[in-house]
Design a binder for this molecule. Structure first.
Ligand SMILES: NC(=O)c1ccc[n+]([C@@H]2O[C@H](COP(=O)([O-])OP(=O)(O)OC[C@H]3O[C@@H](n4cnc5c(N)ncnc54)[C@H](OP(=O)(O)O)[C@@H]3O)[C@@H](O)[C@H]2O)c1
Length: 244
């Protein structure tokens, strides 16, 4: 169960209701979504999965369900081993009723263009769009056989060009799933309309200082005690779960 505290307290008990909560305010809208531990970690042992609980996963899926395109940096694609987007029939039917394609498109930003053409996400149909530089686009390692490679700048990938190209394809509702480098660059360019942040009830601590005998991180789970809001700030009270 998910409770909306603001703007008005609402209990959201179905995936359809959660999707509706994330419907975009406009047909051209760039939303970023990321999850962080209490102490600001965006990954544990190189991936974000251990930070996201059930509610975060539900919101992640709802945001995917309402967007036209998922935009991801190459670092995240590599670290998270992205695959083709999948969705249930009910979600696809709701997308159709809103005039959207059955599945959102995937788009990757890579300055180098050094992407593995055998990576699972390149099985996507329609093909993944890869935005890169003119140098990246001229690489001859088979990427153009599995993806639509777009040169969006010479020395750098022009993110304004990326966003306007997506819009010109009718993919105006953009969901950026990371990672931090791409977030920062989009923010610097003033392209972000909305930031969705999940604060996970986990203290990541430091992987090395807080690791088990295998060297893997051992995050500390927390329990949420209270949520207060003031001047847009969320005041959260947590305590470590007993036995952790
Ligand atoms: N907590 C979360 O919600 C969350 C979300 C996403 C990712 N992550 C984590 O973040 C880590 C990856 O971080 P990251 O900063 O490396 O991710 P990233 O932004 O996805 O990837 C960086 C790479 O993407 C390309 N790129 C990004 N911005 C670019 C720009 N403005 N112009 C041209 N290319 C650009 C470059 O690719 P090339 O190297 O190919 O040139 C760059 O090396 C992973 O551990 C992942 O698990 C966490």
């Amino acid at each position: 169960m998910i409770r909306q505290l603001l703007p008005a307290p609402v209990t959201i008990s179905t995936s359809q209701a959660l999707e509706e909560a994330y419907l975009h305010a406009a047909e051209e809208h760039l939303r970023t979504n990321f999850v962080s531990s209490i102490d600001g970690a965006v990954e544990i042992d190189g991936v974000s999965g251990p930070l996201g609980g059930q509610a975060d996963r539900a919101a992640f899926s709802a945001m995917r369900a309402v967007c036209d395109v998922i935009l991801v940096g190459a670092g995240t694609m590599r670290a998270e081993n992205y695959g083709p987007v999948k969705m249930g029939e009910d979600r696809m039917a709701r997308r159709a009723s809103r005039g959207q394609a059955p599945l959102p498109r995937l788009a990757i930003v890579s300055k180098s263009g050094a992407l593995d053409a055998d990576a699972p996400l390149f099985a996507s149909q329609p093909p993944v769009i890869v935005y890169t530089t003119s140098t990246g686009a001229s690489r001859r390692d088979g990427l153009a056989d599995v993806a639509e490679v777009v040169s969006a700048g010479d020395g750098e990938v022009g993110l304004k060009t990326v966003v306007s190209d997506l819009r010109s394809r009718g993919l105006g509702r953009i969901l950026c799933e990371g990672g931090p480098s791409l977030f920062r660059a989009l923010t610097r360019e003033g392209l972000v309309d909305e930031i969705c942040l999940t604060i996970s009830p986990i203290l990541a601590v430091d992987g090395r200082a807080n690791s088990d005998s295998s060297g893997a991180s051992v995050p500390v789970p927390l329990q949420l005690q209270a949520v207060l809001e003031g001047d847009g700030a969320l005041l959260l009270r947590y305590r470590p779960l007993a036995g952790s």
